[in-house]
Ligand binder design. Structure first.
Ligand SMILES: *Cc1c(COP(=O)(O)O)cnc(C)c1O
Length: 397
């Protein structure tokens, strides 16, 4: 069998939806319509000379799946096309994407400025692990541009932000942060997990790198753990260099799942967003609900910014119930449809109590300072009938 690969579609000038189902597809001589999964750890060469040329980087092609794999490459090229990135590197998890970006681009003595309201493991990675190797992080209030500016010092190399934030859905001004970063000789890295490129394209707003947990919306059905880094090739090449050496690469099977996930990404993100907008408005009208955090609501402090920066407002809502932890747990335990799990970005709606789960490791003082109260509940709105989700919550309210 010859393994000549045919490219189905080159990127430009196709629209987002075409790229989502076509970009990066390889077709073997078998003529398969759907993308194949290459479950092979290594690749063979036609001759000793070809092996030598491949190892020397003089001839393109695969060597070993810790380095490259055709199914993984299809996912990378498709996600790069959707993010408007020159290149993309897939990783074993979202945390592997963040770790690899930091270890590839930073060295001992460098400094990170990051938003305080980050994914819990990212806070721990920066605060407890990178610090051991002399990379210090200053955490600042996400929406306070002057705090970001004041925290930048002579050793600062990276600004790191997640927007909208988890769980309070605060929105950072990506273009303003990119301008600040570049003015001070730093890179801006954006965790685009909550919006995905279907709703927000940070690279177009000036960010240098986008990191993803593809575990969330890129998969969209909660099946696999994975991640990715996208941006200028000069930067992703550095990340790839680290990754192929250190090893947290994506498996071909997971890449295939994510590749198929990308095909329905925009449809799902639009549906998640529409359902969340409706649910957020409904929650705001409930007497036992003290406050609703959702960028699509006019009451959200960065509603205007979110409307400019995002194509829609996403699927994550958080809200505070009166009565603290007891009332919050009672509401969560009364649900029958929603899954009680910390995961998000799934067709199945999920509900979680951040103060005792995702943010339990954060000290009570830091939690209070971050605005994550005992009565706060986070919902990732799935694709069930909205009336069933409302009825589920109404039972607990
Ligand atoms: C889940 C998540 C991560 C980490 O991703 P994993 O795939 O679990 O390693 C990073 N950032 C955000 C915003 C997340 O939600």
């Amino acid at each position: 069998m010859t393994t000549e690969e045919k490219r189905d579609t080159d990127q430009e000038p196709f629209g987002f939806d075409t790229l989502a189902v076509r970009a990066g597809q390889l077709r073997t001589a078998e003529g398969e319509h759907s993308e194949p999964i290459f479950t092979t750890s290594s690749f063979v060469f036609a001759s000793a000379a070809e092996a030598a040329a491949r190892f020397a980087g003089e001839s393109p092609g695969n060597i070993y799946s810790r380095f490259t794999n055709p199914t993984v490459r299809m996912f990378e090229e498709r996600l790069a096309a959707l993010e408007g990135a020159e290149a993309c590197v897939a990783t074993a998890s979202g945390m592997a994407a963040i770790l690899s970006s930091c270890l590839a681009l930073l060295r001992g003595g460098d400094h990170i400025v990051a938003s305080r309201s980050l994914f819990g493991s990212t806070v721990s990675l920066f605060g407890n692990y990178l610090s051991r190797f002399g990379v210090e992080t200053t955490f600042v209030a996400l929406t306070d541009l002057s705090a970001w500016e004041a925290a930048i010092g002579p050793r600062t190399r990276m600004l790191f932000v997640e927007t909208p934030s988890n769980p309070l859905t605060e929105v950072a001004d990506i273009a303003a942060l990119a301008a600040l970063a570049h003015d001070r000789g730093c890179l801006l890295v954006v965790d685009n997990c909550f919006c995905t490129p279907a709703l927000q394209r940070p690279l177009e707003l000036g960010a240098d790198l986008v990191v993803h947990s593809s575990t969330k919306y890129l998969d969209g059905q909660g099946r696999c753990v994975g991640g990715a880094v996208a941006g200028r090739r000069e930067l992703t090449d550095e990340v790839f260099g680290f990754l192929r050496t250190a090893g947290p690469t994506m498996s071909p099977f997971n890449a295939w799942v994510f590749l198929k996930g990308l095909e329905t990404l925009r449809l799902r993100m639009d549906a998640h967003s529409a359902a969340a907008l409706s649910l957020a408005g409904w929650l705001e009208a409930q007497p036992r609900v003290a406050r609703v955090h959702y960028p699509g609501l006019a009451s959200h402090p960065q509603h205007g910014l979110a409307a400019r920066q995002q194509r829609a407002f996403g699927g994550i809502i958080s809200f505070e119930v009166e009565g603290g932890r007891e009332a919050a747990w009672r509401l969560i335990d009364a649900t029958r449809v929603l899954s009680i799990t910390a995961n998000l970005g799934d067709v199945k709606s999920t509900i979680t109590h951040p103060a005792t789960t995702t943010h339990a490791r954060v000290s009570p003082e830091a939690r209070a300072a971050a605005g994550i109260g005992e009565g706060l509940i986070r919902i990732a709105v799935g694709l069930e009938d909205l009336d069933d989700i409302k009825a589920d919550l109404a039972r607990g309210l």
